[in-house]
Design a protein around this ligand. Structure first.
Ligand code: FES
Length: 154
């Protein structure tokens, strides 16, 4: 593990001593600090919590929230849960993927943008909803999304 990853990981491990249920809070803290959960950290996390690497890897893979690579400079998260799906989330996501030339669950090669599906932003009554960086937007459509992306230079 390189020293920059070690300096990110060491305080997170120190804050999360081995205990039942420690893995998820630890992963959240690491992603908050590092922007993602680096695959190189899995071994150290597993040893720290007395888990197998497969157990740690399984949790990271199960929860879409955890990124295995750094995100783009702009992060677009489009809700695909039930209420949003019923009101056009799938076509909104397809529009975003086409406009940004970036598939869902991925970051564009130039690092400008990451597109991610999410499952409920708590705005179901005002669906479809999305989050652009840290701002939530409700009652979205393709034209409104285009206007938001233009402001981001995308
Ligand atoms: S279903 Fe999309 S915000 Fe709840």
């Amino acid at each position: 593990m390189d020293s920059s990853l070690n300096s990110l990981l060491a305080p997170v491990l120190a804050d999360h001593p081995p205990a039942p249920g420690a893995l998820l809070p630890l992963l959240h803290a690491l992603q908050e600090r590092a922007g993602h959960v680096p695959p190189e950290a899995v071994q150290a996390i597993a040893e720290h919590l007395n888990l197998s690497r497969a157990e740690v890897h399984g949790v990271i893979s199960y929860y879409h929230f955890f990124r295995k690579a750094p995100a783009g400079r702009t992060v677009l998260q489009i809700c695909r849960a039930e209420a949003c799906q019923a009101r056009g989330a799938e076509s909104l996501l397809a529009h975003a993927e086409q406009r940004l030339a970036c598939a869902s669950h991925s970051t564009r090669a130039d690092g400008a943008v990451t597109v991610e599906p999410v499952y409920c932003l708590g705005l179901c009554a005002s669906s479809p909803a999305l989050m652009l960086n840290d701002s939530v937007h409700a009652r979205m459509n393709a034209a409104k999304l285009d206007a938001l992306l233009e402001k981001e230079g995308l």
